[in-house]
Design a protein. Structure first.
Lengths: 409, 518
């Protein structure tokens, strides 16, 4: 964990756009990689820092800083040339804080900080408008090379919405597609719960600190997500959930995904904020249609009318995702559905799955022998069926005859 | 003069005691036997007359009437020579009446007076022991069989002369004359089940099939092995009895009784100590399979009681034969109705079947299998659904390649497997105490509900598999029963996700071939 980046992200009054603007300027001036930026800000001399602030905000201050944070509002109200002075003062006062204190606090909450320059920082987020400077993470972050789907929808979902959330969440997990959502009441939480219960990866982006489970009633899901995926937040640990933080959170949800699936939404719904962000980021939108008379389906139906893809079944979404992914990643980095689902496999299932690719039909003896060759230790006769059943249930292999397996392509 | 002798006979496999009443009066010389006798039983008269003369006790020219009581049971296919001979001797006053008190006689006579073995001694002596008989005089060859029953003195005799001498002796001196037979049952069972000829360790590879048999033995599940020719199905089957728990004395007694009735107890062996393993050829007739005949005799499903019935090349048995097994496999007994009554034979055998996946045996290897889909379908359809329904486990025996044979890895011995099986049996005994069930495979739907609770994870897997594989409700219960046994082998009360996943791996996959071909 970069303790300086963590410190920098928590400097009072400093918004992410300000930090990223400083970083941009610093990189052109010094010609160095961004990963040393935070440390240098903390350690450079006062005159250098003043100069950096002046160069960044001197003539063209305030760009993109409108109403970012409470401090941002004040600075916007200030005269334009006051911006660089303000930033300088905030940084100077923050430099008096103990080194590594913010990082230690995060660590105490079992939260990691990934700065914009961290190799683990999701690639997808780097290219969205107004990216976060860093993410606080518990568990893992979504793998940018894998097709990922956001599943969002109304909090007060109807029975239909709940049912669809469950079905889509589970089907996506079964297909090996990680889901991203907000762990909120209603659709978000239901879809994510279904995904984790099916053994798939799911990630929640919160509008509060990553160490806080909001809403409380999803405590079990929170724990499930820690095991099967991760909890992400832009805000430092301990940040309380506040309504004003949520729109920004939505922007990260869509940013982390290739496609945003809307299960149920009202005509005017918070969900549509995410959709707007997704469109701004160039993500595909899919919506589950509903009856025209249902208030809760109005949002979805309108999205469809406006050109969103119609998600009548999980396969629609999965095929679309694979297509989107192929376009964005290039032909050589594409997945077949089988490989996609296999990506989540743990040992020894992973090795067994690899072996099934070696020939058309594998009997248990072949699997056992090859496993021993590949892994150096033998599987018990009792285990082989167990793992192969699991692979069958996941739809990765089929049984051609009793005890004879073939990979499903 | 009049005499009454006790003897025993079997009806089906039930034994009953019979009185042989003999009366000798002056009058026109004749020898008549009455009491619902069939022709072959009446032949005893001629044998007895000659045997008595050759034993030195010529029958005078008198009128002899022998009655068998109870008279309402038809006496067929039984041998009553010795009791009739003793009855006549007593009626002739050669043997004093009091010397016969509390004694049961059974045996066949040769014309020279030799006493030959008869069938059904074990159940007869067992019946006698419960009916106040203190001594059984039996053919020497059957004495060991009778001697396993406690609280009865068993005397083995070789000739009619010997019987006479024995009975003339005052009671105190009899034991000195012929020492009562004695069998050390504990010793019999101590060495039981150590058949070193057939050990699991002889089979290289086949780990998953071995495991399937282990599960089958633990829960007494009917099992089907599918594999190409030469993959070791028969070898595995031969070793099945060796991993099942050894007979308890009670079980052995029940099964040995059946063998005694059928006259199949091996010579010189008092009790069966090994679980029976019968592997009838597929040309077997229906009668031989299920039992029957004019005088109903037990069929192989009864002879395999509490043991293994190995049906190699299952589809070759033909639909008719296989359908005959349906009711017995369900009820664990077979009823054979004849005009003389209904005979109920136990049929609590574990059916171990083996078959090739297709007529040529190499499906689905596209290089080797030359069968058309229609041929495969026809081959498969010889096994009716109801039979497959009664099979809990289905396992594959893949072809073992040279590597596995040459590697010479130390394979597990039958004894080690049996140990685990016995532990699992112990858990079942504990669980089913006070119920009618003995093994997991016997559970009905209500019992499955009660004894096979699933945890949250396992329940979820169950739901997933059902959706994905579209299983039937019956498959649901079968899988749970198998999973229960696997959990027992692991020694856990709760069925875990792992147990369930393994159990699914053993399911009978009826449509797999068709689907793969489509």
């Amino acid at each position: 964990m970069d303790i300086y980046a963590c410190w920098l992200s928590q400097v009072r009054g400093l918004g992410k756009a300000t930090i990223l603007a400083l970083r941009e300027e610093w990189m052109t001036r010094t010609g160095r990689e961004g990963r040393d930026f935070a440390e240098d800000i903390r350690k450079m001399s006062e005159s250098e820092l003043r100069e950096l602030c002046a160069c960044t905000f001197g003539k063209d201050a305030g760009g993109g800083e409108e109403a970012e944070t409470a401090a941002g509002r004040i600075s916007a109200a200030d005269e334009k040339d006051g911006k660089s002075g303000k930033v300088y003062a905030m940084l100077m006062s923050a430099r008096k804080e103990k080194e590594g204190e913010a990082a230690a606090l995060a660590e105490a909450a079992d939260v990691r900080f990934l700065s914009f320059d961290d190799p683990e920082f999701p690639d997808r987020l780097r290219s969205i408008p107004r990216p976060p400077y860093g993410l606080y993470v518990r568990g893992r972050v979504p793998d940018s090379s894998r097709p990922t789907c956001a599943v969002i929808g109304a909090r007060m979902a109807s029975a239909y919405g709940r049912e669809q959330a469950r079905a889509f969440g589970k089907a996506l997990a079964d297909a090996g597609i990680p889901t991203v959502s907000g762990m909120a009441r209603g659709v978000d939480g239901i879809a994510q719960r279904a995904a984790t219960e099916a053994g798939g990866c799911s990630y929640a982006v919160l509008g509060c600190g990553a160490d806080i489970c909001y809403p409380q009633e999803n405590a079990d899901l929170y724990i499930g997500l820690l095991r099967h995926g991760g909890i992400l937040s832009e805000y430092p640990p301990g940040t309380k959930a506040e309504a004003r933080l949520f729109p920004d959170r939505n922007r990260i949800i869509s940013g982390l995904s290739d496609t945003v699936l809307v299960i149920e939404a009202r005509e005017r719904s918070g969900t549509l904020i995410t959709v707007d962000a997704a469109l701004e980021q160039g993500r595909e939108i899919a919506a589950v249609p509903g009856r025209v008379s249902d208030a809760l389906s109005c949002g979805c139906n309108r999205l469809i009318r406006q050109g969103a893809a119609i998600a009548t079944c999980p396969d629609d979404v999965i095929e679309m995702l694979l297509g989107v992914h192929r376009r964005s990643q290039g032909e050589d980095r594409t997945y077949t559905r089988g490989e996609l689902a296999a990506a989540d496999l743990q040992e020894p299932e992973r090795t067994l799955y690899e072996i099934t690719g070696e020939k058309d039909f594998c009997d248990t003896q072949y699997l056992l022998d090859r496993f021993e060759e590949k892994r150096g230790h033998a599987l018990r006769g009792a285990d082989i069926l167990r793992f192969m059943t699991m692979l069958t249930v996941k739809g990765l292999v089929g049984e051609a005859g009793t005890g004879i397996y073939s990979r499903i392509l | 003069m009049f005499s009454s002798i006790t003897t025993g006979a079997v009806f089906g496999i039930e034994s009953f005691l019979m009185q042989v009443e003999t009366d000798i009066t002056d009058g026109l010389p004749s020898f008549s036997m009455v009491g619902f006798l069939s022709g072959e039983v009446k032949e005893a008269g001629e044998r007895v007359r000659v045997a008595l003369r050759n034993a030195g006790a010529a029958v005078p020219n008198v009128r002899i009437t022998v009655n068998f009581s109870p008279a309402d049971i038809q006496k067929r296919g039984m041998v009553v020579d010795l009791p009739v001979a003793v009855g006549i001797l007593a009626a002739m006053d050669i043997l004093p009446q009091h010397s016969l008190r509390g004694i049961l006689f059974a045996g066949e006579l040769g014309l020279n007076g030799e006493v030959k073995p008869v069938r059904g001694v074990l159940p007869i002596v067992r019946k006698a022991a419960g009916s106040g008989i203190t001594t059984c005089v039996l053919p020497f060859a059957n004495a060991g069989e009778g001697a396993v029953i406690p609280n009865v003195k068993v005397v083995g005799i070789r000739s009619l002369r010997q019987v006479i001498r024995y009975l003339l002796e005052p009671e105190e001196g009899r034991d000195r004359l012929i020492e009562p037979s004695h069998v050390d049952i504990d010793a019999l069972f101590r060495d039981a089940g150590r058949d070193s000829r057939f050990d699991f360790a002889d089979i290289h590879g086949q780990d998953s099939a071995k495991r399937a048999l282990e599960v089958a033995a633990a829960g007494f599940h009917n099992t089907l092995l599918i594999g190409p020719p030469g993959s070791g199905k028969s070898m595995l089957a031969k070793r099945m009895a060796g991993i099942m728990p050894p007979f308890t004395p009670e079980e052995s007694m029940e099964v040995s009784s059946i063998y005694s009735v059928a006259g199949l107890l091996p010579p010189g062996q008092a009790l069966l100590t090994q679980r029976p393993l019968l592997s009838p050829h597929h040309s077997i007739t229906r009668t031989a399979l299920a039992g029957g005949g004019v005088v109903p005799t037990p069929g192989v499903i009864t002879l395999a009681d509490r043991g293994v019935l190995f049906l190699d090349e299952l589809p070759e048995f033909g639909r008719e034969n296989l359908n005959l097994l349906r009711q017995p496999l369900e009820e664990r007994e077979i009823r054979i109705s004849r005009i003389s009554g209904t005979f109920v034979y136990p049929a609590r055998c574990l059916v171990l079947a083996a078959m090739n996946p297709c007529p040529c045996g190499y499906y689905p290897d596209p290089q080797k299998c030359r069968c058309t889909q229609a041929e495969i379908d026809r081959y498969q359809s010889r096994i009716s659904g109801p039979i497959l329904d009664r099979i809990d486990l289905c396992a594959e025996t893949p072809r073992v390649n040279a590597d596995a044979l040459l590697r010479g890895r130390e394979e597990e011995h039958s004894a080690a497997v049996r140990e685990r099986v016995m532990k699992a049996r112990g858990m079942q005994e504990e669980r089913f105490r006070g119920t009618n069930f003995r093994y997991n495979s016997e559970m009905d739907a209500a019992a499955v509900e009660k004894y096979c609770p699933l945890g949250k994870e396992a329940a979820r897997l169950m739901r997933d598999v059902f959706e994905k594989l579209q299983l039937s409700a019956r498959a649901y219960h079968r899988t749970l029963k198998t999973a229960r046994t696997i959990a027992d082998l692991e020694g856990t009360d709760r069925i875990t996700e792992d147990d369930l996943a393994e159990a699914f791996g053993y399911r009978v996959n009826e449509h797999s071939l068709r689907k793969a071909g489509a």
